[in-house]
Ligand binder design. Structure first.
Ligand code: PGA
Length: 294
């Protein structure tokens, strides 16, 4: 392994990310034969086969998976080193990766805008996925920060609440319940309900709230996005529970006055306990802490 070069690790990583020798060769500007030589050499250094090719698809062997974890660690250390050097020169530069649950799309880009403008040298990549996918990314340590509607209690993480996230019950603007006050939750549960896909944090919070009151909602339809739910509610398909952030600037649905709502939740900035933050990540943390309501 000591004889593997940094370049060979880059080539190996490109193959894994692209799941294709051809695409990796294109990305690395290498000819196929040169790429094959690099792959053979790194396989020899490791002393184990790294890939299995079944039909047209390539899979990592166990040794390949371990090497890919190592690649992630090596590249992250180099990134940190480069950012620290830039910091010594007084520049905040580098890459910042944030993975956030889908509903965060309604407020997070706006919140990050001023930070990006203040630090033009920092490239920000914002990945929007549902809660389950964000948890997978967190377990694989793929990003600098994660944004969740509830901190993952099953993982050893630091979670910093930074913005409120009220969940509300919405219905079509002409729904008979719109005119009522202090509606009982049981009456909501008796209506057709539209829920986000399994794996969504909003869905999880709504289901838990119904269950805590001994109720099981009548699920009319599952939809994979807040936007689709808003359209379906507007079309009269049922009621839904959504983050109030998702309703900003949208007049097609009405918020119902249901007892126990809004569900008071927070948005959390999360990272694995013990994670070594890059300079760019520390700058973002300072920015969000400064903006946080006391
Ligand atoms: P979701 O998460 O976008 O996956 O529903 C939001 C939340 O956890 O509040």
């Amino acid at each position: 392994m000591r004889h593997a070069t940094f370049r060979q690790l880059r080539v190996f990583d490109a193959i894994v990310r692209n799941a294709s020798f051809t695409r990796a060769a294109e990305e690395m500007h290498l000819s196929q034969p040169t790429l094959s030589v690099q792959v053979r050499k790194i396989g020899e250094s490791v002393g184990q086969p790294l890939f299995e090719q079944i039909g047209k698809r390539i899979f990592l062997t166990e040794a390949g998976r371990a090497l890919h974890v190592l690649c992630g660690e090596v590249f992250a250390s180099i990134d940190r080193f480069e950012m620290a050097m830039a910091d010594l020169k007084g520049m905040k530069t580098g890459r910042l990766r944030v993975a956030a649950v889908t509903t965060a799309e309604y407020f997070l880009p706006r919140l990050l805008g001023p930070f990006c403008n203040r630090h033009p040298g920092i490239d920000m990549a914002l990945e929007l996925v549902n809660r389950e996918r964000a948890l997978e990314r967190l377990r694989a340590n793929l990003d600098d920060f994660y944004v969740f509607g509830a901190p993952p209690s099953e993982l050893d993480v630091v979670a910093l609440p930074f913005v409120e996230n009220p969940l509300v019950v919405v219905g079509p603007a002409d729904h008979r319940l719109c005119a009522e006050r202090e509606i009982d939750l049981a009456r909501v549960a008796a209506e057709p309900i539209l829920l986000r896909e399994p794996g969504s944090g909003t869905r999880q919070a709504a289901e838990r709230f119904f269950a805590a009151h001994g109720l099981k909602p009548r699920i009319r339809m599952e939809l994979g996005s807040n936007e689709a739910i808003k359209q379906a509610v507007m079309g009269g398909l049922g009621l839904a529970i959504l983050s109030r952030h998702a309703l900003e600037g949208f007049s097609g649905v009405a918020e119902l006055d249901v007892v126990g709502f809004p569900l008071r939740r927070q948005w959390y900035l999360v990272w694995p306990n013990g994670k070594q933050h890059s300079v760019a990540a520390r700058a973002l943390l300072d920015h969000l802490k400064a903006d946080r309501p006391a």
